[in-house]
Design a protein around this ligand. Structure first.
Ligand SMILES: CC(C)(COP(=O)(O)OP(=O)(O)OC[C@H]1O[C@@H](n2cnc3c(N)ncnc32)[C@H](O)[C@@H]1OP(=O)(O)O)[C@@H](O)C(=O)NCCC(=O)NCCS
Length: 222
Protein backbone atom coordinates (compact mmCIF):
# COMPACT_ATOMS: atom_id res chain seq x y z
CA UNK A 1 0.00 0.00 0.00
CA UNK A 2 1.05 3.60 -0.46
CA UNK A 3 2.55 6.00 2.01
CA UNK A 4 2.66 9.81 2.17
CA UNK A 5 -0.99 10.21 1.51
CA UNK A 6 -4.36 10.01 3.14
CA UNK A 7 -6.13 6.64 2.82
CA UNK A 8 -9.14 6.02 0.60
CA UNK A 9 -12.19 7.00 2.62
CA UNK A 10 -14.54 4.05 2.84
CA UNK A 11 -18.18 4.48 3.73
CA UNK A 12 -21.32 2.79 2.55
CA UNK A 13 -23.09 4.76 -0.14
CA UNK A 14 -26.81 5.14 -0.41
CA UNK A 15 -27.47 2.63 -3.17
CA UNK A 16 -30.50 4.61 -4.29
CA UNK A 17 -28.38 7.74 -4.79
CA UNK A 18 -29.12 9.66 -7.97
CA UNK A 19 -26.07 9.53 -10.25
CA UNK A 20 -27.31 11.72 -13.08
CA UNK A 21 -25.53 14.96 -12.28
CA UNK A 22 -22.45 13.73 -10.43
CA UNK A 23 -19.91 13.70 -13.26
CA UNK A 24 -17.49 16.49 -14.09
CA UNK A 25 -14.34 17.01 -16.16
CA UNK A 26 -11.10 15.65 -14.62
CA UNK A 27 -8.82 18.61 -13.85
CA UNK A 28 -5.23 18.91 -12.51
CA UNK A 29 -6.62 19.92 -9.08
CA UNK A 30 -8.29 16.48 -8.84
CA UNK A 31 -4.96 14.71 -9.29
CA UNK A 32 -4.32 14.16 -5.57
CA UNK A 33 -7.60 12.33 -4.95
CA UNK A 34 -7.43 10.46 -8.25
CA UNK A 35 -3.87 9.32 -7.45
CA UNK A 36 -5.05 7.86 -4.14
CA UNK A 37 -7.68 5.81 -5.98
CA UNK A 38 -5.14 4.80 -8.62
CA UNK A 39 -2.57 3.73 -6.01
CA UNK A 40 -5.13 1.53 -4.29
CA UNK A 41 -7.05 0.13 -7.24
CA UNK A 42 -5.11 0.02 -10.50
CA UNK A 43 -2.40 -2.65 -10.74
CA UNK A 44 0.63 -1.95 -12.94
CA UNK A 45 3.90 -0.12 -13.28
CA UNK A 46 2.71 3.23 -11.94
CA UNK A 47 1.22 1.58 -8.87
CA UNK A 48 4.56 -0.13 -8.18
CA UNK A 49 6.34 3.23 -8.39
CA UNK A 50 4.14 4.56 -5.61
CA UNK A 51 1.87 7.49 -4.84
CA UNK A 52 4.32 10.42 -5.40
CA UNK A 53 5.05 9.24 -8.95
CA UNK A 54 1.36 8.61 -9.70
CA UNK A 55 0.56 12.12 -8.48
CA UNK A 56 3.28 13.61 -10.68
CA UNK A 57 1.87 11.67 -13.62
CA UNK A 58 -1.70 12.98 -13.32
CA UNK A 59 -0.72 16.52 -12.37
CA UNK A 60 1.46 16.74 -15.49
CA UNK A 61 -0.56 14.67 -17.96
CA UNK A 62 -3.73 16.66 -17.27
CA UNK A 63 -2.04 19.84 -18.48
CA UNK A 64 -1.74 18.42 -21.99
CA UNK A 65 -4.50 19.06 -24.51
CA UNK A 66 -4.21 15.43 -25.66
CA UNK A 67 -5.28 13.96 -22.34
CA UNK A 68 -8.70 14.11 -20.74
CA UNK A 69 -10.98 12.45 -18.28
CA UNK A 70 -14.00 12.60 -16.02
CA UNK A 71 -14.62 12.18 -12.31
CA UNK A 72 -17.71 11.11 -10.41
CA UNK A 73 -18.35 12.93 -7.13
CA UNK A 74 -20.21 11.48 -4.13
CA UNK A 75 -20.58 13.62 -1.01
CA UNK A 76 -17.73 15.89 -2.16
CA UNK A 77 -15.32 12.99 -2.69
CA UNK A 78 -14.24 11.43 -5.96
CA UNK A 79 -15.89 8.00 -6.18
CA UNK A 80 -14.50 7.11 -9.59
CA UNK A 81 -12.60 8.46 -12.56
CA UNK A 82 -11.65 7.73 -16.14
CA UNK A 83 -8.48 9.00 -17.80
CA UNK A 84 -7.79 8.81 -21.53
CA UNK A 85 -5.62 10.21 -24.26
CA UNK A 86 -5.73 10.89 -27.97
CA UNK A 87 -1.93 10.53 -28.23
CA UNK A 88 -0.88 7.32 -26.47
CA UNK A 89 2.46 7.02 -28.27
CA UNK A 90 3.74 10.23 -26.65
CA UNK A 91 1.85 10.23 -23.32
CA UNK A 92 4.60 8.92 -21.01
CA UNK A 93 7.46 10.54 -22.94
CA UNK A 94 5.70 13.89 -22.75
CA UNK A 95 5.19 13.60 -18.96
CA UNK A 96 8.85 12.60 -18.49
CA UNK A 97 10.09 15.57 -20.52
CA UNK A 98 7.81 18.09 -18.82
CA UNK A 99 8.76 16.98 -15.30
CA UNK A 100 12.24 15.45 -15.69
CA UNK A 101 13.71 16.88 -12.44
CA UNK A 102 10.89 15.91 -10.05
CA UNK A 103 10.75 12.45 -11.66
CA UNK A 104 14.50 11.89 -11.25
CA UNK A 105 14.22 13.15 -7.64
CA UNK A 106 11.39 10.68 -6.92
CA UNK A 107 13.44 7.87 -8.49
CA UNK A 108 16.43 8.58 -6.22
CA UNK A 109 14.09 8.77 -3.26
CA UNK A 110 12.62 5.40 -4.16
CA UNK A 111 16.08 3.79 -4.56
CA UNK A 112 17.11 5.21 -1.17
CA UNK A 113 13.96 3.94 0.55
CA UNK A 114 13.49 0.68 -1.38
CA UNK A 115 16.73 -0.46 -3.09
CA UNK A 116 14.93 -3.59 -4.33
CA UNK A 117 13.01 -1.33 -6.76
CA UNK A 118 16.15 -0.65 -8.87
CA UNK A 119 15.15 -3.34 -11.40
CA UNK A 120 11.73 -1.72 -11.77
CA UNK A 121 13.25 1.73 -12.26
CA UNK A 122 15.57 0.41 -14.98
CA UNK A 123 12.52 -0.99 -16.75
CA UNK A 124 10.87 2.43 -16.54
CA UNK A 125 13.96 4.29 -17.76
CA UNK A 126 14.26 2.03 -20.81
CA UNK A 127 10.49 1.95 -21.27
CA UNK A 128 9.32 1.68 -24.86
CA UNK A 129 5.59 1.98 -25.37
CA UNK A 130 4.37 -1.32 -26.86
CA UNK A 131 3.69 -0.80 -30.56
CA UNK A 132 0.16 -1.98 -31.07
CA UNK A 133 -0.85 -3.50 -34.38
CA UNK A 134 -3.44 -0.88 -35.33
CA UNK A 135 -1.48 2.27 -34.46
CA UNK A 136 -4.63 3.65 -32.77
CA UNK A 137 -3.69 6.81 -30.82
CA UNK A 138 -6.85 7.11 -28.71
CA UNK A 139 -6.82 5.03 -25.58
CA UNK A 140 -8.75 4.43 -22.39
CA UNK A 141 -5.71 4.51 -20.11
CA UNK A 142 -7.07 4.26 -16.55
CA UNK A 143 -10.50 3.71 -15.03
CA UNK A 144 -11.39 3.05 -11.40
CA UNK A 145 -14.36 3.23 -9.07
CA UNK A 146 -13.88 3.12 -5.30
CA UNK A 147 -15.11 -0.35 -4.13
CA UNK A 148 -18.04 0.89 -1.97
CA UNK A 149 -19.43 2.52 -5.12
CA UNK A 150 -18.78 -0.28 -7.59
CA UNK A 151 -21.64 -1.99 -9.42
CA UNK A 152 -23.83 1.11 -9.11
CA UNK A 153 -23.42 2.12 -12.75
CA UNK A 154 -20.71 4.75 -12.14
CA UNK A 155 -18.12 3.06 -14.40
CA UNK A 156 -20.66 2.87 -17.21
CA UNK A 157 -21.69 6.50 -16.74
CA UNK A 158 -18.03 7.63 -16.82
CA UNK A 159 -17.59 5.69 -20.05
CA UNK A 160 -20.62 7.39 -21.60
CA UNK A 161 -18.93 10.75 -21.02
CA UNK A 162 -15.65 9.33 -22.33
CA UNK A 163 -17.38 8.18 -25.51
CA UNK A 164 -19.22 11.48 -25.98
CA UNK A 165 -15.93 13.40 -25.68
CA UNK A 166 -14.21 11.30 -28.36
CA UNK A 167 -17.24 11.45 -30.68
CA UNK A 168 -17.29 15.25 -30.35
CA UNK A 169 -13.61 15.25 -31.39
CA UNK A 170 -14.49 13.20 -34.48
CA UNK A 171 -12.72 10.09 -33.20
CA UNK A 172 -14.39 6.81 -34.13
CA UNK A 173 -12.29 4.21 -32.33
CA UNK A 174 -10.25 3.77 -29.18
CA UNK A 175 -8.40 0.91 -27.57
CA UNK A 176 -7.67 -0.30 -24.04
CA UNK A 177 -5.45 -2.88 -22.36
CA UNK A 178 -6.30 -5.02 -19.35
CA UNK A 179 -4.03 -7.36 -17.44
CA UNK A 180 -5.00 -10.99 -18.00
CA UNK A 181 -5.55 -11.42 -14.26
CA UNK A 182 -8.00 -8.50 -14.03
CA UNK A 183 -11.07 -10.55 -14.83
CA UNK A 184 -13.57 -8.10 -13.36
CA UNK A 185 -12.47 -5.32 -15.74
CA UNK A 186 -12.54 -7.75 -18.65
CA UNK A 187 -16.18 -8.52 -17.78
CA UNK A 188 -16.91 -4.79 -17.49
CA UNK A 189 -15.27 -4.13 -20.91
CA UNK A 190 -17.26 -6.90 -22.53
CA UNK A 191 -20.51 -5.60 -20.97
CA UNK A 192 -19.66 -2.21 -22.42
CA UNK A 193 -19.37 -3.73 -25.91
CA UNK A 194 -15.60 -3.71 -26.35
CA UNK A 195 -14.10 -6.22 -28.79
CA UNK A 196 -11.20 -8.41 -27.74
CA UNK A 197 -8.46 -7.97 -30.36
CA UNK A 198 -5.42 -9.94 -29.16
CA UNK A 199 -3.24 -10.94 -26.23
CA UNK A 200 0.26 -9.46 -25.87
CA UNK A 201 3.06 -9.36 -23.33
CA UNK A 202 4.60 -6.19 -21.89
CA UNK A 203 7.16 -6.22 -19.06
CA UNK A 204 6.54 -9.96 -18.80
CA UNK A 205 2.84 -9.35 -18.03
CA UNK A 206 0.15 -10.78 -20.30
CA UNK A 207 -2.45 -8.24 -21.33
CA UNK A 208 -5.62 -8.31 -23.37
CA UNK A 209 -6.09 -5.63 -26.00
CA UNK A 210 -9.62 -4.35 -26.55
CA UNK A 211 -11.06 -1.98 -29.12
CA UNK A 212 -14.27 0.04 -29.17
CA UNK A 213 -15.92 1.24 -32.37
CA UNK A 214 -17.68 4.51 -31.50
CA UNK A 215 -19.66 4.53 -34.74
CA UNK A 216 -21.76 1.72 -33.26
CA UNK A 217 -22.67 3.77 -30.14
CA UNK A 218 -26.42 4.08 -29.80
CA UNK A 219 -27.20 6.11 -26.71
CA UNK A 220 -25.05 8.95 -25.41
CA UNK A 221 -27.63 10.88 -23.46
CA UNK A 222 -26.80 11.86 -19.91
C1 LIG B 1 -13.96 -1.90 -13.73
C2 LIG B 1 -14.70 -0.92 -12.82
C3 LIG B 1 -14.25 0.49 -13.15
C4 LIG B 1 -16.23 -1.05 -13.08
O1 LIG B 1 -16.90 0.03 -12.44
P1 LIG B 1 -18.38 -0.10 -11.86
O2 LIG B 1 -18.85 1.26 -11.51
O3 LIG B 1 -18.42 -1.12 -10.80
O4 LIG B 1 -19.18 -0.66 -13.12
P2 LIG B 1 -20.74 -0.46 -13.42
O5 LIG B 1 -21.52 -0.53 -12.15
O6 LIG B 1 -20.93 0.77 -14.25
O7 LIG B 1 -21.05 -1.75 -14.31
C5 LIG B 1 -21.36 -1.70 -15.69
C6 LIG B 1 -21.74 -3.10 -16.14
O8 LIG B 1 -20.61 -3.98 -15.96
C7 LIG B 1 -20.96 -5.06 -15.10
N1 LIG B 1 -19.84 -5.36 -14.21
C8 LIG B 1 -19.09 -4.48 -13.49
N2 LIG B 1 -18.17 -5.15 -12.77
C9 LIG B 1 -18.38 -6.47 -13.03
C10 LIG B 1 -17.78 -7.67 -12.56
N3 LIG B 1 -16.79 -7.66 -11.68
N4 LIG B 1 -18.24 -8.85 -13.04
C11 LIG B 1 -19.26 -8.91 -13.93
N5 LIG B 1 -19.88 -7.79 -14.42
C12 LIG B 1 -19.44 -6.60 -13.96
C13 LIG B 1 -22.14 -4.55 -14.28
O9 LIG B 1 -22.93 -5.61 -13.81
C14 LIG B 1 -22.88 -3.69 -15.29
O10 LIG B 1 -23.67 -4.51 -16.13
P3 LIG B 1 -25.14 -4.04 -16.62
O11 LIG B 1 -24.90 -2.88 -17.56
O12 LIG B 1 -25.70 -5.23 -17.31
O13 LIG B 1 -25.89 -3.64 -15.40
C15 LIG B 1 -14.43 -1.23 -11.33
O14 LIG B 1 -14.70 -2.60 -11.10
C16 LIG B 1 -13.02 -0.93 -10.83
O15 LIG B 1 -12.73 0.19 -10.42
N6 LIG B 1 -12.10 -1.89 -10.83
C17 LIG B 1 -10.77 -1.71 -10.26
C18 LIG B 1 -9.87 -0.81 -11.08
C19 LIG B 1 -9.41 -1.46 -12.35
O16 LIG B 1 -9.02 -2.61 -12.37
N7 LIG B 1 -9.47 -0.68 -13.44
C20 LIG B 1 -9.13 -1.20 -14.75
C21 LIG B 1 -7.70 -1.02 -15.11
S1 LIG B 1 -7.36 0.64 -15.61
Amino acid sequence: MCKNRSPVIVFMPNREMDIRNSITVLKPNHSQEVSVLHADLIPGLLQELGYPMIHLFYETALKSEHNFGFVDFRENKIAGFVFGTTAISTLYKDVALRRAFPIVYQMFRLIFKKPQKIGLLLKVIFYRTYRHQTGCESELVFLAVNPPYQKLGIGKKLMTHFHDYLIQKGISRYEASVEIENESTQKFNEKLGMQLEYVYTEFGIKRLRYSFDLSTCQNHSR
